[in-house]
Design a protein around this ligand. Structure first.
Ligand code: TXD
Length: 310
């Protein structure tokens, strides 16, 4: 028992193991890794524990195939499920992953009533809605990771295009995690300057398209799985914002109850993340074109969620 925060990561696959790694490298807390495959969470947890002396972290790591070790977690990152293979859409994963995420949430919430859940499993927007429903938790404690990753990809491409530091680049992405995501160039900036002042429309459009297809681009290279370093780094940015109560504004899948004209649905929007989870949904004015694209994205998310018959 330590006074450190307790972070459970369910799914010790590519994303989950990298979440554990980045979280202990930042010493955000102790980590419990859970997976159904015997030996994998135990082996990866021990391996990462043994990297501690080299990296200089004292975070403890434990691996398990059951949930008792997860009791009283502060944060639970759920990555359990199947990943996309080439030619598969995120939606193909819907029913299989709904079954997995549903059972994971039941086991987690029975032991950690006050935890904040961060969902990573795809199709993201539907899985976070399902997790919220199943958990019975207030919506501010159930959050989906997608926008941080999508905007990290957009930031990468903008920085490469203009040959500037990624630290100077902010990007803004709204909507569902999928081909209908809505990058907002006029709110995407380099040292405060909108990229619409720095790049011609056709170059911006090319970067936007590459961002929307960013997941598929990696799947096509890897063939046997999907992206995991940037997704894990993105989930850990959310964990850090919450545990350190940073009040950091990040794009996340959050429950909308009237904001942006959307009722009763999880969709990607900018939110303020702090120790209570989603402490505020940040609303911005959209142009008619942006509003139309956002509505299309919301429609795609709603269609998927309806298939789950929650
Ligand atoms: O932006 C985003 N939200 C995403 C989402 C970015 C990247 C990956 N995204 C999705 O996360 C992806 O489409 C998958 O649905 C999940 C996990 O991706 P990952 O690449 O980590 O998949 P792996 O390597 O196959 O790992 C999944 C692990 C694997 O070890 C399984 O044994 C385990 O999940 N698994 C389970 N663990 C616990 N409990 C149950 N029931 C279970 N079923 C499978």
């Amino acid at each position: 028992m330590t006074a450190r925060a307790k972070i459970t990561v369910v799914g010790a696959g590519n994303v989950g193991a990298s979440v554990a790694q980045y979280a202990v490298e930042k010493e955000l807390g102790d980590v419990v890794l859970v997976d159904v495959v015997e030996g994998i969470p135990q082996g990866k947890a021990l391996d990462l524990l043994e990297a501690g002396p080299v990296h200089g972290y004292d975070s403890l790591l434990t691996g398990s195939n059951t949930y008792d070790e997860t009791a009283n977690s502060d944060i639970v990152v759920i990555t359990a499920g199947l990943a996309r293979k080439p030619g598969m859409t995120r939606d193909d994963l819907l029913f299989k992953n709904a079954e997995i995420v549903g059972s994971v949430v039941d086991q987690v919430v029975a032991r950690s009533r006050n935890a904040i859940l961060i969902l990573v499993t795809n199709p993201l927007d539907a899985m976070v809605q399902l997790a919220w429903k199943k958990s019975g938790f207030p919506a501010e404690r159930v959050i989906g990771m997608a926008g941080v990753l999508d905007s990290a990809r957009f930031r990468t491409f903008i920085a490469r295009e203009l040959d500037v530091s990624v630290e100077n680049v902010n990007a803004f992405v709204l909507g569902g995690h999928g081909d209908s995501m809505v990058p907002l160039p006029r709110y995407s900036t380099v040292a405060g300057i909108p990229i619409t002042d720095l790049l011609p429309p056709d170059r911006i459009q090319a970067l936007v398209t590459r961002t929307a297809n960013g997941g598929a681009e990696i799947v096509n290279y890897l063939k046997t799985g999907s992206a995991y370093y940037a997704p894990a780094a993105s989930a850990v940015e959310m964990v850090e914002a919450i545990l350190k109560d940073k009040k950091k504004i990040l794009p996340c899948a959050a429950y909308l109850n009237g904001q942006y004209g959307v009722h009763g649905l999880y969709v990607g929007v900018p939110v303020k993340l702090g120790r209570r989870g989603v402490e505020q949904v940040i609303e911005i004015k959209l142009t008619a074109d942006e509003q139309a694209a956002f509505q299309r994205s919301v429609g795609a998310v709603r269609e998927l969620v309806e298939k789950l018959k929650l």
